[in-house]
Each structure stands twice: as C-alpha cells, then as structure tokens.
Design a protein around this ligand. Sequence first.
Ligand SMILES: C[S@@+](CC[C@H](N)C(=O)[O-])C[C@H]1O[C@@H](n2cnc3c(N)ncnc32)[C@H](O)[C@@H]1O
Length: 256
Amino acid sequence: METNIIYNKSSKIMSEIEDKSVDLVVTSPPYNININYGNTTKKGKTIKTKSKKYKDNLEEKEYRNLLKNVFDECKRVVKEDGSIWINIKNRYKNGVIVSPFWIEEYFEDMYLKNIIIWNFDWGGSTNKRFAPRYEYVYWFTKHKSNYKFNLDDVKVPALNYRPDRYKNQLKNPSDVWRIPMVSGNYLERTGHPAQYPEKLIERVILAGTNKGDIVLDPFMGSGTTAVVAKKNKRNYIGYEIENEYIEMANSRLKNI
Ligand SMILES: C[S@@+](CC[C@H](N)C(=O)[O-])C[C@H]1O[C@@H](n2cnc3c(N)ncnc32)[C@H](O)[C@@H]1O
C-alpha cells in the first residue's frame, strides 16, 4: 500500500487503502455552508480556477450521506487500536443553530473519548447573540481501552504550579484548546478557504500516533494534516477532489 500520497479523487471509496491499515484519521469535512471550494484567495481576493468545484450546498440528506459514506470507509481502514478525529462546527439555519451532534450516530460502533472545544478569538460579529468562537473536535476510538494516547508528548505548562502538590510543571491540556485560527498574515496561510491550523492537528497526531504510523485525511484540502504528519515523521495518505488544493499541499510538503 502506497503512503505519502494525496489522491485526486473522492474519499467515498478509498479502495487504495487496505482494511485495518491506518493508525489515525484526522479530518475536517466540508460543513455544507456554501464555501466556494475550488477557488483560492490571495490578499482577500478570490481567484477563480477551472477545476470541477465541490458544491458546498448539498441537500441535507445528500450531505449527511456523503459524510456517512466517507466515515464508513474510515472505520474500515482504521486499525483495532486506531482513532478517528473529526473537526466540525455548528451551522446556522434561519438564524438558529444546527449542531453537528448527529455525527455521533455514525460512530455508534466506536467509543467517544472526547469532544474537544477548539476555542479561538476570531470570527463574524453579531449583536443578536454571543459571537461564536469555537468548533468541535470529536475523538472516537475503535477499541474501548486499547488505544494510543501519548499524554506526555502533549502536556502543557501548568499556570499555577505548586511544587508541594504536583510532580512537575506540565499538565494535561484539558478538552478546551485555545489555538488561533490561521489568519491572513500567518506563514502557514494558503489560499484555501477553510484551512485548519497546524497546531490543532499537531496535538492530535502527537497524542494519537507514534513515529512511522500512518495518518489519513479523507478531506485533505491544502494539506495541513500531511504537513504536520511529515514534520513529525509520520506517514500520510490523503484524498481531495480539487486538483488546485493538491498542488497547494504538494508545494507545502516540498518545503519541509
Ligand atoms: C474543510 S476543507 C479541509 C481543509 C483542510 N483541513 C485544510 O487545512 O486545508 C474540506 C475539503 O474537502 C474537499 N472535498 C469535498 N468533498 C470531497 C470528497 N468527496 N472527497 C475528497 N475531498 C472532498 C473540498 O474540496 C475541501 O478542500
């Protein structure tokens, strides 16, 4: 099975990947909020491309079917001690929240270990409600107790270190992660309209895999998952239907 490759095709069928061969899946699926995929942005301006362009405004049933299909494939390829991590957020319909908790139904045969709140300080402003400043990261394991969790590799400095109480100054980062969004002036910023930050994925990959393991992202976008995997000596496999984004990802990977 080939690794360190991003396939330019839909992840609905991942026939290139053998059953129970992947250590960890981490991904951010399309949110179905009418994002202009296929195009890129440069200095705030949209640059249109000729690619086929995924439509991010599917009928709700079609959208959920797509995710179910891809998640079923992820479950097929994940090892018995492997994990699936999914970054998703609330949507709004006519001013009312549609939460993403329905995805839990698709993982009833796995174990939900955490719902991480990824908190950031950026987003649209509103005076009709509190401004939304978080997304979720779901963590499911295939086995109830036999799974990788390298807590020591992701501990953070304790703010109120008390030598009389704690052995050292590092602590569990908790299930609320404050990590900035990728803003326009960040070095890692690409022209992809929905890029997630390397720091967010780094914590997932360090906690959930060891060097040499295989990480899969079925919605690879600009290649953030592959970049973090490569930087941390893990192998990656990705799927992405927009060719422009694969080119973006490969140019990021070349520079590592
Ligand atoms: C939320 S974005 C992922 C962004 C990525 N995490 C990053 O940091 O750049 C979702 C991506 O899924 C791609 N996509 C949509 N449907 C797909 C499918 N069926 N198979 C593979 N990729 C798909 C879109 O083109 C888009 O780039």
